[in-house]
Design a protein around this ligand. Structure first.
Ligand SMILES: *[C@@H]1O[C@H](CO)[C@@H](O)[C@H](O)[C@H]1NC(C)=O
Ligand SMILES: *[C@@H]1O[C@H](CO)[C@@H](O)[C@H](O)[C@H]1NC(C)=O
Ligand SMILES: *[C@@H]1O[C@H](CO)[C@@H](O)[C@H](O)[C@H]1NC(C)=O
Ligand SMILES: *[C@@H]1O[C@H](CO)[C@@H](O)[C@H](O)[C@H]1NC(C)=O
Length: 353
């Protein structure tokens, strides 16, 4: 072989080697091909480019460069079209997919992110083995579809999960009893489904949680809150409105000192508005309207000095607003029972609903 032929030989061999090393893991390939089969239509055209064996190069797919395994399926319905012009912001495009999520998705055992949000037309259940096989999953976005069935109990085994967003779907059944096992979870969004049953007490063990949104379901029983301080040290949003919750607002709400928004509107809650609410120095939005809460707004409410939105109407609240109310200088929007004398509310930006 002449020397220049030998060099070409080496070049061809190395190109072949590189190409071959780009073929993805057979389990990942099968999982993705089965996923594609489950999708009947894709108005974004992204799946039509899923061809061959180099799945790491397919639209929406990312791999770990060391292991070569697929770590992301990133196919949201609203996404930014890449813009060549650095100055112009990329336009946000909305596209839909119809079909269901193939159970083979659980073959992609290195997945860290699944974003199939806002595709509108995804139907069928969440594959029930998801929690047994996708142990590395950190973010699961399935919101804004028509996914039905129950939240698989196995999901409580996803102990690396940081974000779980299943809101705006058609899920039924109850919240997995062991949801408290998700020790890394920061955002739990299950709003606007048809979930029923009680909120599991284990939810109080979610020590990393920042946001719990369970509004607009048919949840019943009592509000579950940690009973000792420091259990939810980072909680900012707790939204439980539009359910069928009963019992009292637990006084231990006062331990949640990082809360910005607390909303329990449109439930069947009874008892007083706890005086411990005054401990919530960061609270900005308080919604307790449309319940059967009694007595009166406690003086301590003035401790929430940054309060800007307060909804307390449609309860059994009698008695005046506390005199200190005029010190709440950031109030912008209030909805108080019409029989209360609201003339003590400072004039200015306040808008009475
Ligand atoms: C790729 O996987 C290896 C082995 O699991 C891991 O150590 C590394 O952090 C991963 N790389 C990235 C960028 O995630
Ligand atoms: C999943 O979690 C349940 C408890 O919720 C446990 O009984 C089961 O052994 C776990 N399975 C796996 C595969 O880790
Ligand atoms: C609730 O979810 C359904 C299904 O995704 C959606 O069509 C509807 O707009 C959502 N409602 C609200 C108030 O977000
Ligand atoms: C309402 O409060 C104002 C200011 O404190 C007071 O002057 C007025 O008499 C009160 N009106 C009623 C009906 O209590």
């Amino acid at each position: 072989m002449a020397p220049h032929h030998f060099i070409w030989f080496l070049v061809v061999i190395s190109v072949l080697t590189i190409c071959e090393s780009k073929a993805c893991h057979p389990d990942d390939l099968k999982g993705l091909n089965d996923f594609k089969v489950g999708i009947h239509s894709d108005t974004s055209g992204r799946l039509s480019n899923w061809k061959g064996t180099e799945c790491c190069n397919w639209p929406g797919i990312s791999c770990n460069s060391t292991t070569g395994r697929v770590v992301q399926i990133n196919l949201p319905g609203y996404y930014e079209e890449s813009s060549d012009d650095d100055e112009a912001p990329a336009p946000v495009i909305g596209r839909t997919m119809t079909g269901s999520i193939s159970p083979s998705i659980t073959l992609l055992t290195s997945l860290e992110l699944i974003d199939l949000s806002k595709l509108v037309g995804l139907t069928g259940p969440i594959p029930s083995s998801i929690g047994f096989n996708l142990k590395n999953l950190k973010k699961l976005f399935l919101e804004g579809n028509q996914i039905s069935g129950v939240i698989p109990q196995s999901m409580s085994n996803l102990t690396n999960l940081v974000i779980l967003n299943l809101e705006n779907n058609l899920l039924t059944g109850s919240i997995p009893e062991n949801i408290g096992n998700l020790q890394a979870l920061q955002e739990l969004s299950l709003s606007n489904n048809s979930l029923s049953g009680k909120i599991p007490n284990s939810i109080t063990k979610l020590h990393s949680i920042k946001s719990i949104e369970l509004y607009q379901n048919q949840l019943e029983g009592e509000i579950q809150l940690p009973t000792i301080p420091g259990q939810w040290p980072a909680i900012e949003h707790l939204r439980l409105e539009n359910n069928r919750l009963t019992g009292i607002i637990p006084p231990s709400v006062g331990f949640l000192t990082s809360l910005l928004r607390f909303s329990v509107s449109n439930n069947q809650l009874t008892g007083p508005i706890p005086t411990t609410l005054g401990n919530l120095k960061s609270l900005q939005h308080l919604f307790v309207d449309n319940n059967q809460l009694s007595v009166q707004l406690p003086n301590s409410i003035c401790g929430t000095s940054g309060l800007s939105v307060l909804f307390i109407s449609h309860n059994k609240i009698v008695g005046p607003l506390p005199n200190c109310f005029s010190s709440l200088k950031y109030l912008q929007q209030i909805d108080v029972p019409s029989h209360l004398n609201i003339s003590i509310i400072p004039r200015g930006p306040v808008r009475k609903m």
